[in-house]
Design a binder for this molecule. Structure first.
Ligand SMILES: NC(=O)c1ccc[n+]([C@@H]2O[C@H](COP(=O)([O-])OP(=O)(O)OC[C@H]3O[C@@H](n4cnc5c(N)ncnc54)[C@H](O)[C@@H]3O)[C@@H](O)[C@H]2O)c1
Length: 344
């Protein structure tokens, strides 16, 4: 059978159609999420852990979620409850609760939320050492079966617990990070939006430093539709919002009486998870191990990082003025001192 070869305008039209189709294919390839869906383990099925697992399932960030806790029945019950919500949420993600680690094998992402809250008469260092042994045992058990995972730590005291998980895992620092800055920035964003009566979507904020009293909110880098808040509010108002952000955790503890915040903390951990799972390369403030960046060494502290499939892909160094630089170094020093008091 003779094959007709297009000539003239028909040929150039065909070439243009082919080029257009190739363009569409390339566009979709560049935007599509990695083929392989993830397995995510959440350790600790308390308020933060269970809500984190629920959000992961609802957002379909994995095809499998494992929820682990030491209390018998709790991860199984909460896991089943989330699974039963999945048809309503239109999620086909499988979630299972367990008291062991066998089911967690080959996880791509491990989110550690296990820990105990401070009890009356307990010093900060007592709490640090108790949670350190919890994070240590969880990390050991989890990484033994998932040697290729990325770890996000949520347990407090955050920066020190992230150091513990890194040290115990033996992982490269870019694969172990802590969640705090995203939460602190979210709180700052919420307060800025409330103050100016604008959409939270238009508000960006940066909070660096350790999680706690020494956090370093950066008003100069916090914006509404790209305009620094220093041009939209007077210094006293900014200081009031900064203080409320710094006390954001305790404000909620005071309302709840027992327990602490978990809706915003789980949202924040899941935002980090999403950037990793979907390889989004978002720039988010996370607790990262510094090796000379910002003039800080050998400690975890909150700085902006690029988060992708391999964990921290870059530590982003922004220009700080003298005051901000000193505050960040002071905050890092406090974390380093706590690490030296740690009984690992
Ligand atoms: N980084 C942050 O910004 C941030 C925000 C909120 C809470 N947190 C911290 O997250 C942690 C969890 O908070 P929460 O409100 O969910 O507390 P929670 O008490 O509700 O839950 C903690 C869970 O950890 C479990 N657990 C204890 N030891 C364990 C072990 N060895 N293995 C597995 N599970 C174990 C407990 O049984 C409990 O279910 C706390 O340390 C809290 O201070 C951090």
């Amino acid at each position: 059978m003779a094959c007709s070869v297009p000539t003239g305008w028909a040929a150039s039209f065909e070439v243009r159609v082919l080029l257009f189709l190739e363009h569409i294919v390339r566009f979709h390839q560049s935007r599509s999420i990695p083929e392989k869906l993830m397995k995510i383990t959440v350790v600790g099925a308390g308020n933060v852990g269970a809500t984190t697992a629920q959000r992961v399932v609802d957002k379909q960030l994995a095809n499998e979620v494992v929820l682990v806790d030491i209390v018998e029945g709790v991860p199984q019950g909460k896991g089943l409850d989330v699974l039963e919500a999945a048809p309503v949420e239109k999620s086909d993600v499988k979630i299972v609760g367990t008291n062991g680690y066998a089911e967690t094998a080959n996880s791509d992402l491990i989110i550690i939320t296990a820990g105990i809250p401070r009890k009356p008469g307990m010093s900060r260092d007592d709490l640090m050492n108790t949670n350190s042994s919890i994070v240590k045992s969880c990390t050991q058990a989890a990484v033994a079966l998932s040697p290729g995972a990325v770890i996000i730590v949520v347990s407090n005291p955050l920066d020190v617990m992230t150091y513990v998980a890194w040290k115990i895992s033996g992982f490269a620092p870019h694969r172990v990070m802590g969640m705090a800055g995203v939460l602190d920035a979210a709180r700052f964003r919420a307060f800025i939006a409330m103050e100016l009566n604008v959409s939270v979507e238009d508000v960006n904020a940066f909070v660096l430093g350790g999680h706690g009293d020494s956090m370093v909110p950066l008003p100069r880098y916090s914006t509404v539709a790209g305009i620094p808040i220093t041009e939209l509010m007077d210094a006293a108002t900014i200081e009031r919002l900064v203080k409320r952000t710094r006390d954001g955790g305790i404000e909620i503890v005071n309302y709840l009486k027992t327990g602490s915040a978990y809706y915003a903390p789980s949202s924040s951990a899941v935002l980090m998870a999403e950037s990793i799972v979907r390889d989004k390369k978002r720039i988010l403030p996370c607790s990262a191990y510094l090796q000379g960046e910002y003039g800080i060494r050998d400690t975890y502290v909150g700085v902006p990082v690029k988060l992708g499939r391999n964990g921290i892909e870059e530590i982003v160094q922004i220009k700080l003025n003298k005051e901000e630089d000193e505050a960040l170094k002071q905050s890092a020093d406090e974390v380093r001192q706590a690490i030296t008091r740690l009984k690992l």
